[in-house]
Each structure stands twice: as C-alpha cells, then as structure tokens.
Write a protein that binds this ligand. Structure first.
Ligand SMILES: [Zn+2]
Length: 306
C-alpha cells in the first residue's frame, strides 16, 4: 500500500509518496505561506491533491500530516506552533473537510519517533522513545510500531517536565555536577514554568549554559568541537542523562533515538550511557541510546506511517 506523508514546516512544506517497503516514490517541496492560515491550509491541500493526481492515488490512500506545536483536544485547535498562523485554528477538521477521512495528524516529534521505530534506527525494538534535541525539546513514544496517544494529546512531552535533581543532591554520594549547577540561574520556560528540560537541553538552552559557565557566547557546535569547552559538554551530557533516567524509570523503553540538530554529536552516544546509571533505579542501563537513521526525512516519513 502507498501512503502520503506531509511535513508542515515553518519555511517549507514537504510531501512524499511512500511505497509499501518505506521507499520514497516521489517527493515535492513548496515554501510555507506564513502570512495567513487560509494560504497555509490551501498549500497543504494542493500538495496532497497534486501527489494523488500524479500517482493515480484516490481518497482512500492514507495521508499523514506532521505539524509543529500540538493539537488541543478540548478546543480542537492548534497551540504552541512556531508557524504562528496555525495557533487557534481547527487544522485537523479543515484537513479532513478538504482531503477526506483518511487523514491523520501528529506533531513533528511524534512523527520522528514513529519513523525511527517503524523502519529506522530502532526498527528491531518494540518500545521506542524518540527525542528531539533542537530549537526545542520534544518526544514521542511508539509501542509495537504504533504511536501512543492519550486524552490530553501530550504523550512524550518530556521537554516540559523539570530537570531532575537540579537544586538538591542526587543521593548519598557527592554529585560531581552540583558545583556547576549552582552557577546556573533558574530558567523560566515559555510554557510558564521554571527549569523545564527544554530550557537546558535545547540548542538555545545549551548556548545559555555555555554563556554562564564560560563567560562568553558559544555556539552549540563549538561546545562539542573545542576541547576547551569540555566542562559545558560534560554538563550537557549529565543533564541529558538525568533527564532520560526519569523517562526510563517510568517507561523502560528498549531504545531511545535522538533527533534534531544536537543528535549529530557522537559524544552523546558514548558519554550519556556511562552517566545514566547514576540517576536510574537500576544498577545498570540496558536501554539503547541510538542516533537517527533518517535524519531530516524523519518528519515526512513518520507522517506517512501515521
Ligand atoms: Zn516548559
């Protein structure tokens, strides 16, 4: 069976036709109209209709749409989208009105997790948590190749829980990161709460940590490439380990796949598993920490697999 996937991004909208074995049969890109919701909706509808026409697919072909932000079940509208014209709009209902009942929708972190769990880095694992470490921090949970969703539509929103053990000791042993953490101020997140994981593990969060510890601005890439910045790099790995440990305590996934810009740093896959047991309710950690297979294509591939 063929599927259509669409990744609704801030600057471009990408659509693919995915074959039964996950091969990309066709790919189309158009720029995202940012001035109005109506124009953005029409661009998605036109892209899907064009793919259907070109590949002789009818309205029963599954269509998955990956979006920024999140869909609010109580209001049935979008929220927290960086493409701000989407916020407050009934996107899902409008897509179904225009494209039919075979349309599904999920946020981009969920699409990433699904893509890597179905035929990506974690395809041989039954329980997979996908993490985006980019401009923001998001996540999605996939069980037996199906995305887990719940009544609040927030499954996987790990980035908006507080960083564990930030202001109190981890345990009986001396916390080697405690001295450094004392030098970081509390961080107010855009969601209205303090010290969300996103405020430390996103690219901007890492830059802020570098600024505080090094006393000068430092791009996230330079944190990892310059040995002089090792203190910031090691603290980032430690914060990622303590944040993942809480997730693993609750879900015990077989694999965690990292995505987003920061997932390209190979040191994360060596160092974080070494540090993890310090924070875990287990003397050792058998959850695999994996780099992504599909990179930038994960959003559109995961959308198709919805
Ligand atoms: Zn937050």
């Amino acid at each position: 069976m063929r599927r259509i996937g669409v990744d609704l991004g801030g600057t471009k909208i990408e659509g693919v036709v995915l074959g039964a074995d996950g091969e990309i049969v066709a790919r189309e890109r158009v720029s995202s109209p940012s001035h109005s919701y109506g124009a953005l909706l029409q661009a998605v509808v036109d892209l899907v209709r064009g793919l259907r026409l070109d590949h002789k697919l009818d309205g029963t072909t599954p269509v998955g749409i990956g979006t920024p932000g999140a869909w609010q079940p109580s209001s049935r509208t979008m929220k927290n989208c960086n493409s701000t014209v989407l916020n407050g709009q009934p996107l899902f209902a409008d897509l179904r009105k225009n494209l039919g009942d075979h349309v599904r929708m999920a946020n981009d972190a969920d699409c990433f997790a699904l893509s890597e769990a179905v035929d990506g880095a974690a395809e041989s694992y039954a329980t997979v948590f996908g993490v985006i470490l980019g401009t923001g921090v998001g996540g999605g949970l996939v069980v037996n190749k199906s995305l887990l969703s719940g009544p609040n539509a927030i499954a996987g929103e790990w980035g908006h829980t507080p960083v564990p053990y930030l202001r109190h000791p981890v345990g009986r042993d001396v916390d080697p990161a405690a001295g450094l953490l004392k030098r970081l101020e509390d961080r107010l997140c855009y969601c209205g709460r303090y010290n969300c994981i996103e405020t430390f593990l996103s690219g901007p969060g890492l830059a802020r940590t570098a600024d505080a510890l090094l006393g000068k601005p430092c791009e996230p890439e330079a944190v990892f490439s310059d040995p002089a910045n090792a203190v910031v790099r090691d603290l980032y790995c430690d914060l990622l380990a303590r944040s993942l440990a809480q997730l693993i305590n609750v879900l015990d996934p077989a694999a965690v796949v990292l995505g987003g810009g920061l997932s390209q740093q190979s040191v994360l896959y060596e160092r974080v598993p070494q540090v993890l047991p310090r924070y875990l309710f287990s003397p050792d950690c058998h959850t695999r920490l994996l780099p992504p297979t599909h990179g930038d294509s994960s959003g559109v591939r995961g959308a198709a697999w919805l």
